[in-house]
Design a protein. Structure first.
Length: 158
């Protein structure tokens, strides 16, 4: 039972990082959508710049912490890592990750385009709006996958 206190620390980190991952993703999505709903270039530049920072400060560490703490919890609790509910979790996490990776690049590109347009006092190029639509479309499967993962973690259907 020497690992017993570690279990609670690991579980807390796992729960907190999942909440940060989900909450930051939802917050970023709303913040970007809201700023881009308006015609204010300065708001778009500010939002895209802030979103890139938030993704690196909060989302990226959570993306790393989640599988590490998840594997440690599996080992500690003795779950079969190939149970259906866990396999579905891995699939969901992979879907979310495959959506998130291009989103990070898109956010950086959106930021660069918005900052350049603001600096040069120009309108945003069409590329900005095309990338923003792709960004929105990639967010939905990631969001749905994370909701399913939360469900699976809470109910652990066997």
């Amino acid at each position: 039972m020497a690992l017993y206190p570690w279990y609670f620390i690991i579980k807390t980190l796992h729960i907190m990082s999942s909440a940060i991952l989900f909450g930051t993703g939802l917050g970023i999505a709303f913040f970007m959508w809201w700023a881009n709903k308006k015609g204010d270039l300065a708001a778009k530049a500010y939002a895209t710049r802030t979103v890139v920072i938030a993704d690196f400060m909060f989302t990226a560490p959570s993306v790393i912490i989640q599988p590490i703490t998840g594997i440690l919890l599996l080992q500690y609790l003795g779950y079969n890592p190939f149970d259906l509910w866990l396999t579905l979790t891995y699939i969901g996490y992979t879907i979310a990750g495959l959506c998130w990776l291009p989103v990070v690049w898109i956010q950086i590109r959106l930021r660069n385009l918005a900052m350049a347009a603001l600096k040069n006092k120009e309108e945003l190029p069409k590329e900005y709006y095309k990338l923003f639509r792709v960004w929105l479309y990639l967010g939905w499967p990631a969001f749905i996958a994370l909701i399913i993962i939360f469900f699976l973690m809470v109910f652990k259907p066997v």
